[in-house]
Design a protein around this ligand. Structure first.
Ligand SMILES: C[S@@+](CC[C@H](N)C(=O)[O-])C[C@H]1O[C@@H](n2cnc3c(N)ncnc32)[C@H](O)[C@@H]1O
Length: 408
């Protein structure tokens, strides 16, 4: 029989192997890694441990290397197990004896003795972490002068943001749920409760959506008219557009992910035409008044919730996404009525997917104005917008997005 707590640690190790060695996302690795765990709490613990390792990997490795005579190979099992053990001790507050009891059984023989020795030395030295995680050097280089404040935002899990179906009821819902609002229709809650148990979920009064993720659809404006939500699943922006009075066509290549759009629309009492198609091959029957292209991207702007992006996104993936984005943008530009509006968005912090794409669009720029944004956000003179997790940090930050707007 397994030692209590051991299966969750084993699952965390599998998650890390999937992300770091096979380049999988944490979300997609979850299914395989945790399918043997019956308790929700064990699955949540496995994910929490893996997430902390991914956030603090550079610092855990530095600690491990500080007490070994020769650096352990990157993919050596003792290093993997030590990362798990340090995440539990230094980030999740697990007492060292419990960390040892559930960590060392993952190893045998010499590797077990080695891990025990390293962990014992570090606890004896009362090892500590820096105030915020160190980014992998290539990532820090890509994010340039924003890297420090983005890293600081990785220190604590992000708050939970809700988007309200009726923005004019923001104050009332703020009181009911005890949230803080940074924009009409936005509420920020401290984490904790299961989403389904939060007041208003069943009646479809709101959906979960990061503040930054709500900006692209806000910048489309209000209907009436025909709107195309191009790359729509799981549908946060479809809900916003439908709630703002547009007659929405929600298109996505993934029929499976579109099921979530339909479920979200039904829960919130909203409607849209759902189209499962490849936007690179599909053609509309009629032109649209507005198009929102929330393009597939490397999603590095979601690094707070998905710290796997810190380790599995490399220049090759960025280049591949940039090429797809360019082709999608090209097609979308031809589907607008004259005077129609195009909003392009990606939840990526990479210039190639943001500024680099916007530069190639031939429509007339429709600059974003400061008064259209939550207080404290400022569009640069070019008129597009860049957000990142270090912005409005005292209020809880936000995901990283690039957003730009044009008219035909
Ligand atoms: C960033 S996500 C969209 C998020 C969504 N707009 C929301 O707010 O919930 C990108 C989406 O693009 C879809 N996608 C990727 N390639 C596509 C293509 N060639 N045609 C249509 N959709 C595509 C993916 O299935 C994915 O759902």
């Amino acid at each position: 029989m397994d030692i209590p707590g051991l299966p969750a640690r084993r699952a965390a190790l599998k998650l890390l192997d999937a992300v770091l060695r096979r380049g999988e996302t944490l979300d997609s690795a979850m299914h395989n890694a945790v399918h043997g765990l019956s308790a929700d709490a064990d699955r949540a613990l496995a994910r929490a441990i893996a997430s902390e390792v991914l956030r603090w990997l550079v610092d855990f490795d530095a600690l491990i290397d500080s007490v070994t005579r020769q650096p352990l190979p990157d993919d050596a099992k003792p290093r993997g197990v030590l990362r798990l053990m340090l995440a539990q001790w230094l980030r999740l507050g697990t007492p060292p004896h419990a960390v040892i009891a559930t960590g060392l059984p993952l190893l045998t023989g010499g590797p077990r003795r080695l891990a025990h020795g390293v962990f014992a030395t570090l606890t004896r030295q009362r090892a500590t972490l820096p105030a915020s995680p160190s980014l992998p050097p290539t990532v820090a280089e890509r994010w340039g002068e924003r890297a420090g404040s983005i890293a600081a935002a990785l220190t604590e899990p992000p708050p939970l943001d809700l988007a309200l179906k009726h923005p004019d009821q923001t104050a009332a819902w703020g009181e009911r749920l005890g949230g803080v609002s940074l924009a009409p229709g936005h509420l920020r809650l401290s984490r904790g409760e299961a989403i389904e148990r939060i007041d208003g979920f069943g009646e479809g009064a709101w959906w979960v959506q990061d503040l930054a993720a709500s900006l692209p659809a806000r910048l489309v404006g209000n209907g009436p008219g025909r709107a195309l939500d191009l790359c729509a699943a799981p549908g946060g922006k479809t809900l916003q557009l439908a709630a703002a009075g547009w007659q929405v066509t929600a298109l996505d290549i993934s029929a499976k992910r579109l099921e979530r759009v339909s479920a979200n629309l039904a829960r919130c009492g909203l409607s849209a035409d759902i189209v499962a198609a490849d936007a690179l091959e599909w053609d509309p029957d009629a032109l649209f008044d507005v198009i929102l292209l929330d393009a597939p991207c490397t999603a590095t702007g979601t690094c707070r919730r998905h710290p796997d992006v810190l380790h599995r996104v490399h220049p090759a993936q960025i280049a591949e996404m940039a090429e797809l984005q360019q082709r999608l943008l090209q097609r979308a530009q031809g589907w607008l009525v004259p005077g129609g509006r195009l909003v392009y968005a990606v939840c990526s912090l990479e210039r190639e997917e943001g500024e680099g794409q916007a530069a190639a669009v031939t429509l007339t720029p429709d600059p974003i104005r400061p008064e259209e944004l939550p207080a404290g956000l400022q569009p640069p003179p070019e008129g597009w917008l860049r957000t990142d997790p270090g912005l409005l940090a005292e209020a809880g930050g936000m995901d990283g997005f690039f957003i730009a707007r044009w008219r035909r």
